[in-house]
Design a protein. Sequence first.
Lengths: 108, 366
Amino acid sequence: MSATKIRLTAVIMDVLDVITSSPPDDPAWGLRLCEQTGYGTGTIYPALDRMLHAHWIEDRWEDPPPADRPQRRYYTVTGEGRAVYQEAIAARSARRMAWATLRAGGTA
Amino acid sequence: MGDSAGRGNGMTTVAGAALGDDERAHSPLPPAAVALAGSALLGARTDRYSIDALRYDEPEAWRSWRSYDYGGVPNATSWWINSIGEITQQTVVAPKMARSAARTPVRGYPPVSNKADAASTLNRHHETVVAPKVARGAAKNPVRGYPPVSNKADAASAPSRQYSAQAVAVMFAGDWGQANFSLGRRRRWAKLRGYRILARGYHRRPSPTARIYSRLGLIVQLSHSPQSLTAVAAFLAGREREAVHHEWRTHLSALTDQGLSSRDQTRAALGFLWAALRYRLRDAGNLACGPVDALLRSRTLSNLLVLIPTLMAALYILRHLGTLGVLTSAEGISVIGGTLYALVRAGRWWRNVKPPEPKARRVKEQ
């Protein structure tokens, strides 16, 4: 499957925020992403699907399956996804800095 | 029959010993072979039954099919492969319908008990079936070595309508897996882990809708329950996204564990439906955008898209107004070309495609 390119929307960024900040021993999964980002299931799962197709994240099932609840599908960020995310974070901070500079210059 | 089920005080015990980890580790058949054997067995029945569980990829997934495929005989039958590779079957009859079912035994299946409401055990491979009436007792008195029984089984398996009887409940198989399965006509789901849950809603006669669903492979009857909505959403999402069904059920199950209300779960299930629709819309969009992407990705085709209408407009003006007309209309012609060019660029940006870089001109060596 060839990787498709997707746009870095706010939802994608928020989801990547949560996935990248999740510890390796407790990775992010659907419900947690919904809770931590505040988006509904109708938003989170399509975003996850897009990122999976773009190879920004990868999924795996909880192993071994726990006895007291169903298996969860965990998501972790790939190298490509991390690079895109860091690039976007850098661009966002640059934009914010430029905006702050502009505001400071304007008020001075 | 029932030799392994304690009665009287509502307590259920299991005589059949569960297989330990060591025994599982020394299973005579590899998982793939076990799965293959199960598939072959199920495959032999596919002409008669719609087997929804075949969609599950896990080799340990247990297989079952709906009762209305038996022509209305109320029962629930499952096949599964236990941890030592044996293929086992179990038929359970709904308590209320047990007598009529006993009069109409299903050919080729073990005889059904008309005491299924107390507890029924085929005891072929140490499985015990606990009827709904004793599920609560089992929850209060968990069997040692097994996960605790959810006391929601009782509520979930309670008959919901007159003609909807629920056989069944929990089967202690001692081997893998968890199962979330619908119980009853309204397709309530029981969340009982570590057990096999055999449960069905039965109609006196298979309804035409049930027949259609069965033939289409859409086993789930539409209802308002979150689980049914989720199943429909998974169906809409398509076979290439089979994993989302389990994922979404896990999501719903976690919501239940958190004690969220049915309304919250329904909201989540509606979100799944919306997600499935978005999947499909995106798939359709990607399919439709294939030719557009090809056009935008090709520099030649893009140029033709800009040039042909522009030249046609110029030729039209030339034919009717002459050269002077073309000169005076140059602004309009250039607007046409510019607009088309802008559309191509915008399309490339929108679809995130780029044409290949032009080949560098070969510099002739002097």
